[in-house]
Design a protein around this ligand. Structure first.
Ligand SMILES: NC(=O)c1ccc[n+]([C@@H]2O[C@H](COP(=O)([O-])OP(=O)(O)OC[C@H]3O[C@@H](n4cnc5c(N)ncnc54)[C@H](O)[C@@H]3O)[C@@H](O)[C@H]2O)c1
Length: 320
């Protein structure tokens, strides 16, 4: 069982790689090798099987083709330009999120072994005048270039799966909070920084009001769900291989209260509240009330509380 992870140097790619290393198995087989791919070669991680870090740009078909010479059995496609960056630079988003995904699907097709492809889509494919709350089976109506690029990737993943070229599964991830390390270019970056930075002793600004609702999930939950997606049989997803992952809706104020409950009051005191109209415009277009019936019925995990996310951040990630 060979595993390939694009975006393997990123937040979720690194956590997924460590989780797979700890597990050693996928789809009932021992993992024999894992390749982590990113713009800069990801650092090797400890694992009971060989792990390779490879530098490659997914927007270049030749570089993506080379990644499939070893015919990986399971491919996690996590490489992407995130929402803020894709909105700021349309050409960059198209090159990486759209062309890069097409390159990956074409390379998987050319490999000829119908690999399992787990695609990280986003709840940002929803928006605009879709009904509220969002149920499964609605037409997608993204209100950002990032969401549009992810939605096109979903259609391609479905069509390549229908043709038997790959065995695809697309998960629409909620905002994953609390993200460790540095802030990234996602418009949702504040949904982690207002918890991470104050708990690590730094100030952080919240650009939206306290009553702003957020559709979110914890890193531990989403990594478990990414692994589970590969374990399921593709046919279980039906004719649409893409689904809304379970998440939680809480307001920023409720999330801060959960942080205070677990961590104490000193973190909240480090949060400032200056509105950012650019961020607010992007995030207001996102939906926060989703009913992920299909994902729940298939057995994908949901978060019980944001307090758990805070506890897991303290256990897994905090830099004191
Ligand atoms: N984290 C979230 O809240 C969230 C929510 C919804 C969807 N997602 C999706 O999940 C996936 C992983 O997210 P993440 O939070 O780990 O993001 P991340 O930014 O930490 O990781 C993405 C990685 O892709 C790499 N990358 C960018 N362009 C590339 C290129 N041309 N070639 C090769 N690699 C390239 C980046 O260097 C980065 O390491 C992404 O597809 C993202 O859109 C994430």
């Amino acid at each position: 069982m060979r595993v390939l992870v694009t975006g393997g140097g990123g937040f979720l790619g690194q956590k997924l790689a460590r989780a797979l290393a700890a597990r050693g198995k996928l789809r009932g087989q021992d993992i024999s090798a894992m390749e982590l791919v990113d713009l800069a070669a990801p650092a090797a991680i400890e694992a009971p099987f060989p792990v390779t870090g490879t530098a490659a740009d997914i927007s270049d078909p030749a570089q993506v083709g080379a990644l499939f010479a070893s015919k990986p059995d399971v491919v996690y496609h996590l490489a992407a330009v995130v929402s803020g960056a894709a909105e700021a630079d349309l050409d960059l988003g198209l090159r990486v999120n759209l062309t890069g995904t097409l390159n990956l699907l074409q390379a998987a097709r050319a490999a000829g072994n119908e690999p399992v492809v787990v695609y990280a889509s986003s709840w940002a494919v929803h928006g605009g005048d879709e009904p509220d709350p969002i149920h499964d089976g609605l037409e997608l109506n993204p209100q950002t270039s990032y969401g549009a690029q992810k939605a096109i990737g979903e259609l391609l993943l479905n069509d390549f799966s229908r043709r038997g070229l790959i065995d695809g599964r697309g998960l629409r991830l909620p905002t994953v909070s609390i993200r460790p390390g540095k802030a990234n270019a996602a418009a949702s970056s504040f949904m982690s920084s207002i918890f991470r930075d104050p708990m690590e002793g730094r100030p952080a600004n919240c650009p939206v009001p306290r009553d702003f609702p957020v559709w979110h999930t914890a890193p531990r939950t989403v990594i478990g769900n990414l692994i589970y997606a590969a374990e399921l049989e593709g046919a279980a997803f039906g004719t649409n291989r893409c689904l809304n992952l379970p998440g939680r809706t809480d307001t920023i104020g409720e999330m801060i209260a959960a942080m205070t409950e677990v961590f104490g009051p000193e973190a909240e005191a480090r949060i400032t509240w200056e509105t950012d109209p650019v961020i607010e415009t992007i995030v207001k277009g996102w939906r926060t009330a989703l009913v992920p019936g299909k994902g729940a019925a298939l057995g994908f995990a949901a978060d019980a509380s944001f307090a758990d996310s805070v506890r897991w951040f303290l256990e897994d990630d905090i830099r004191r």
